[in-house]
Design a protein around this ligand. Structure first.
Ligand code: URA
Length: 236
């Protein structure tokens, strides 16, 4: 029996995206299961804003020194009814200039990664742990994360995503409040915030650009995330 036409078209499209990712086979993976404790909720002063108010609040933020070097804040982009939230580390130079997350080379690869699991960029909500660019793209400092994380908590509370995809060690560790390594965090469903939103962790696309040999593992993570989402939302 042949697969239905639509399924064949989807498979062909996915094969093209996988080719762009440099990946050619499907590899089954078996999740480990060891959840990490979720961090605290947003403080009271951020408990009520809606999307426009929160965006305005963030654009005026001076809670840490990063505001001094920014061109603008990078709040987030995408469908505010999305079921998938994608969380990166912090804006880079391109994002700082354009005011949108993941618009540079890493963003192009992220778009291909999402498309490979049939999630066009505009159907998800994309944001970062930090809303301002750290100088020379250095890692976020703990005090910067603690000032900025309440914004992400509020974004998650407004969006109420079914699943969060965390990109890279820095995003994952700060989202989950852990110092576990990325390899330990991969392949397990973690949880974020008071809504206990499921979190799946994968490599950061900028890392994959530097280490293309790891793309196969990222593809395993994406399939795992898609499976977790499908299991959590059977009607999707
Ligand atoms: N890297 C990130 O973590 N976020 C961006 O928005 C761009 C690059």
């Amino acid at each position: 029996m042949f697969p239905p036409i639509r399924k064949m078209a989807d498979a062909a499209r996915r094969a093209r995206y996988l080719e762009a990712l440099g990946i050619d086979v499907w590899v089954p993976r078996h999740p480990r299961a060891e959840p990490v404790v979720a961090p605290a909720a947003a403080p009271g002063d951020l408990a009520s804003p809606d999307w426009p108010a929160l965006r305005a609040f963030v654009s005026d933020c001076t809670r840490c020194a990063l505001h001094q070097g920014r061109t603008q804040t990078v709040f987030g982009v995408g469908d505010t009814a999305a079921r998938w939230m994608v969380v990166g580390e912090a804006p880079g130079a391109d994002e700082d200039r354009q005011g949108e997350p993941f618009v540079g080379a890493a963003g192009q690869l992220l778009n291909s990664m999402l498309a490979a699991i049939e999630l066009p960029r505009e159907t998800v909500y994309i944001t970062n742990i930090l809303k301002c660019r750290p100088p020379n793209n250095r890692d976020p400092r703990p005090e910067e994360v603690s000032e900025c994380l309440p914004y992400l908590h509020r974004q998650a509370a407004l969006l109420r995503p079914q699943i969060i995809l965390a990109l890279g060690r820095v995003a994952a560790q700060n989202l989950l409040g852990t110092d576990w390594t990325l390899s330990k965090l991969r392949g397990t469903v973690h949880h974020f915030g008071p809504l206990n939103t499921p979190v799946v962790v994968t490599y950061h696309p900028a890392y994959l650009l530097r280490s293309p040999g790891e793309k196969r593992k990222a593809w395993e993570d994406l399939k795992f995330a898609r499976r977790v989402f499908a299991e959590l939302t059977p009607a999707a």
